[in-house]
Design a protein around this ligand. Structure first.
Ligand code: 2M8
Length: 451
């Protein structure tokens, strides 16, 4: 797919800046104009990476605002609620999560959810610190230094509470923690969740979407909300959750992102001249999680698989998350080569029916695939960005450029409007329009050029 013309690139660049400006609420950015009115954790990390190219000070404020929601135990919640937004603008809102009333070590202000999302934040902090204008004398240098301890505490929470037996794999408690909510990855473990008695609720997401069949079903939502009730009953205490919560899965993609984030935070620690014990700790975490993800590789599927702790079995589905080893800075053996080859194979970006040769969220026509449904088939530019970053880090520059050009061509379609996700066969925009992280990914792709 040909690279964009200079004028198309300029139009896309300006459009992306406009989307981030439209969603900018001062200190943080909402993921989209109406469907997502609060601050989401990994969205903000991707947004900070995009903003670093236009306003690094604002990019750091994005992370600072998120850290205001950090819990005393170090966890960064997946949503930091906007106090100016009505409780019913998004469901579940702060009172349904009820973190403070059940005694969780959550801040009084701002109110937050009680679960996490993948730790992309250190990638953002590292990207900002790497900007040529940020040297030790620059004011922003000190702001980076101020944010570092919060991220270190976050990584320590994940390493200790979500991987207590040092397998090098993060346990998630809810499909929302994976960020790939409705992916076929979660069908089997979710099917095992029995829904108990809980207060009635009204879904808000369906009011904002053009076609409700693109969103999770009511049965799936019942389980999502029941899992929130179960976490609440456990007081959000990890030790209790581990004993009795009905959804506990080792997430390969989350773990690979964590390995990459530890390498990034170690690089930040190095630049900031932090004690060598911290740098060693982060390097060890990178190594532990690289080994953990490597051990998830299925030779027969050619993918890394998540592991259902309740069923004690790997989850055999074919989704983009299986390409996770590409994100590891130092994977064992030839794993990065295998994952890179898989990415361009006829099941992923090389699938003959694709409208644009980008990576779909689920392998077309595999179990659980639905082309227009949330995380079940459509392609997500920001996830393609993560994989592109992985290709580049392993020196696969031609493949990286092909993936970047194909994504930019998808986004440059006149109707694309920085949509949340795209139909894999037609390239039709789906979900929210003006989605912040789609704009952020476009900015980074355009800023990085063809290197
Ligand atoms: C989606 O998730 C939220 C729940 O967290 C939702 O469906 O309401 C996911 O795409 C998630 O990865 C993303 O962070 C969030 C906001 O963009 O929306």
């Amino acid at each position: 797919m040909a690279a964009l013309s200079a004028s198309a690139a300029k139009t896309l660049w300006q459009g992306a800046i406009d989307v981030l400006r439209e969603n900018d609420l001062g200190e943080w950015t909402r993921p989209a104009p109406s469907l997502y009115p609060h601050q989401w954790s990994w969205d903000s990390a991707f947004i900070a990476i995009g903003l670093s190219h236009v306003n690094p000070a604002r990019a750091l404020r994005e992370l600072r605002a998120l850290l205001r929601g950090q819990w005393a135990d170090g966890r960064i919640p997946h949503i930091v609620f906007n106090p100016l937004t009505r409780e019913d603008a998004y469901f579940p809102g702060p009172s349904r999560w009820s973190c403070l009333p059940v005694g969780a070590p959550a801040p009084r202000e701002p109110l937050t959810s009680g679960i996490c999302q993948p730790p992309v934040h250190a990638l953002a902090l590292h990207a900002i610190l790497d900007l040529p204008e940020i040297g030790p004398q620059a004011p922003l240098w000190h702001e980076v230094a101020d944010l570092y301890p919060g991220l270190l505490r976050w990584h320590r929470y994940l390493a200790s509470s979500r991987d207590p037996d040092s397998q090098g794999l993060i346990t998630i408690y809810h499909p929302w923690e994976s960020g790939t909510d409705n992916s076929p990855r979660w069908d089997a473990p979710l099917a095992r969740v029995g829904v108990g008695d809980m207060p009635p609720y009204t879904r808000r997401d369906l009011a904002h979407v053009i076609d409700p069949s693109h969103r999770p079903t009511d049965a799936e939502y019942d389980r999502y909300i029941w899992l929130v009730e179960s976490l609440k009953l456990a007081g959000y205490v990890d030790e209790v959750i581990r004993e009795r919560h009905p959804f506990r899965v080792k997430d390969a993609l989350f773990s690979a992102i964590f390995a990459a984030a530890n390498a990034a935070l170690a690089a930040v620690a190095n630049r900031l001249n932090r004690p060598s014990s911290e740098r060693d700790e982060l390097a060890e975490l990178e190594d532990r999680f690289s080994r953990g993800v490597g051990a998830c590789w299925s030779e027969s599927l050619g993918l890394a698989l998540d592991f259902d702790l309740r069923a004690r079995a790997p989850i055999e589905v074919k989704t983009f998350a299986g390409l996770a080893p590409l994100l590891l800075p130092r994977p064992a053996g030839g794993l990065a080569d295998e994952a890179a080859a898989r990415l361009e194979s006829a099941e992923f970006a090389g699938h003959p029916s694709l409208g644009f040769p980008v990576v779909p969220s689920t392998v077309p026509n595999s179990v659980g695939f639905r082309p227009a449904t949330y995380w079940r088939g459509p392609s997500w530019p920001v996830m393609n960005w993560l994989l592109w970053r992985g290709l580049r880090q392993h020196g696969k520059l031609d493949a990286a450029q092909r993936l970047r050009d194909a994504n930019l061509a998808l986004l440059a379609q006149p109707a694309a409007e920085f949509a949340e996700y795209f139909h894999p066969f037609t390239g039709e925009p789906l979900g929210s329009r003006h989605q912040s992280w789609t704009a952020a990914a476009a900015l980074d792709w355009l800023a990085q050029g063809d290197k």
